[in-house]
Design a protein around this ligand. Structure first.
Ligand SMILES: NC(=O)c1ccc[n+]([C@@H]2O[C@H](COP(=O)([O-])OP(=O)(O)OC[C@H]3O[C@@H](n4cnc5c(N)ncnc54)[C@H](O)[C@@H]3O)[C@@H](O)[C@H]2O)c1
Ligand SMILES: [Zn+2]
Ligand SMILES: [Zn+2]
Length: 392
């Protein structure tokens, strides 16, 4: 089959690889019909390369049709139309019983000290072959799937794999009080969708980014936006707009490739040319995150407010302003989204009236073969690329 593989820093290719096969009774194989590129893939493309091996199949936002099932895949049948969550979870362990599917104890990547295995997400998360391919082996398939109805096009449902539940959890974790306000930092697919969800709930949303077309997508939906490059101090600008206080909550949907931290950029460049054995501990322990978005979030949030981190951060030793966080009495919540926890809440919003605008959410739909071009324009934010669906 054809699959998108990681080949090195900023280098992916589309190659012929062996078809996946059923390896465990709980496996299923799906024929992929749509498969998105995510901001998380850009971390692997650029800064987390030390955890990748050339030839690794990328991708964790697929949907398709069940092609083959093992003997223990529950009610999953050949021919079912399914979206596959980005995390692999069993549905029956202690963590899954608490709907903490990203912490599944059956699939936890214990040798790396990490939570549930993820598709296409480096050795840190189990080195599981990903879904930017013609076929995908789905482990723990008895639970790791979302059945969706026939009829509407893939774009209606494909964001259930990641964007929708991640944005939803971000808004939940931001704990905006009734009649309250939320700053969303970063208007990539995740921040954009979170802003739409919060706006639909009647929350006052202020979206922040520096890419004109990303700001425009929200402005066109009647959402207040600020161009980061047009203001001197984003915290000050938001306090001016909120009676000097800051918003009740802030959602960081930027992650470790935030714009504005030159020192970390140098460290990222250094680790990207070191051999993996040296770069991995440096990335994990010395911490090379670019914290500018988190630091903005801590500055922007009002005293006693909540900061939610949806953006992915990689290191462990970054300095955080603990004194300010303590003094402002900030609550902080974060983590990978527990996809299936939120699906029942989201499905009613995926009807023909399309209140969240999912049918027109993707800016590009490209053949799988064009993945190298797609990664390039998504990373460089060229050609208006905000969300790209690949078609195998
Ligand atoms: N928690 C989860 O389960 C989960 C799931 C999916 C994605 N993510 C993470 O969410 C983050 C966003 O994903 P995406 O697909 O939207 O990616 P993206 O890279 O397209 O979006 C990031 C946006 O942040 C903007 N930005 C950069 N620096 C900024 C700053 N200092 N202030 C404000 N905006 C800034 C960029 O211009 C860009 O538009 C990534 O870190 C991704 O890994 C987390
Ligand atoms: Zn994703
Ligand atoms: Zn589990």
């Amino acid at each position: 089959m054809r699959a998108v593989t990681w080949q090195g820093k900023r280098k992916v290719s589309v190659d012929e690889v062996p078809d996946p096969t059923i390896e465990q009774p709980t496996d299923a194989i799906i024929k992929v019909t749509s498969t998105n590129i995510c901001g998380s893939d850009l971390h692997l493309y650029e800064v987390l390369g030390a955890f990748m091996t050339p030839g690794d199949i990328l991708g964790h936002e697929p949907m398709g049709v069940v092609e083959e099932v093992g003997s223990e895949t529950g009610d999953l049948k050949v021919g079912d139309r399914v979206v596959i969550p980005f995390q692999i979870s069993c549905g029956s362990c202690y963590m899954c019983d608490s709907s903490l599917y990203t912490q599944c104890e059956t699939t936890q990547v214990r040798d790396q000290g990490m939570g549930a295995a993820l598709f296409g997400f480096s050795s840190l998360y189990g080195a599981v072959p990903g879904g930017q391919a013609e076929y995908l082996r789905v482990p723990q398939a008895q639970f790791t799937h979302i059945k969706v109805p026939e009829g509407p096009s893939d774009s209606r449902f494909v964001y259930l794999s990641d964007v929708l539940p991640t944005a939803w959890q971000g808004v939940e974790y931001a704990s905006v009080p009734d009649g309250g306000s939320l700053t969303v930092l970063g208007l990539g697919p995740i921040g954009d969708m979170a802003a739409r969800i919060a706006h639909a709930r009647g929350i006052r949303v202020i979206g922040v980014d520096r890419v004109p077309e990303r700001l425009e997508r929200l402005r066109a939906r009647g959402i207040e936006v600020i161009d980061l490059d047009a203001v001197d101090d984003i915290g000050e600008e938001i306090r001016i707009r909120t009676d000097g206080r800051g918003t009740d909550s802030v959602l960081d949907a930027v992650g470790m490739e935030a714009h504005g931290s030159p020192v970390a950029t140098v460290l990222q460049q250094v680790t990207s040319v070191l051999p993996d054995a040296l770069a991995q501990p440096l990335l994990q322990n010395a911490g090379v995150d670019r914290l500018s978005a988190v630091l903005s979030a801590i500055d922007i949030v009002r005293r006693g407010g909540t900061v939610a981190l949806t953006g992915v951060y990689g290191g462990t030793a970054d300095p955080l302003p603990l004194l300010t966080m303590f003094d402002k009495q900030i609550q902080l919540r974060m983590g990978q989204a527990n996809v299936k926890k939120w699906v029942p809440d989201i499905l009613p919003l995926l009807g023909d009236d399309d209140p969240l605008g999912v049918d027109s959410f993707a800016t590009h739909e490209l053949p799988l073969e064009q993945a190298p071009h797609a990664y390039d324009i998504f990373q460089k934010k060229q050609d208006g690329a905000v969300k790209i669906i690949l078609k195998p």
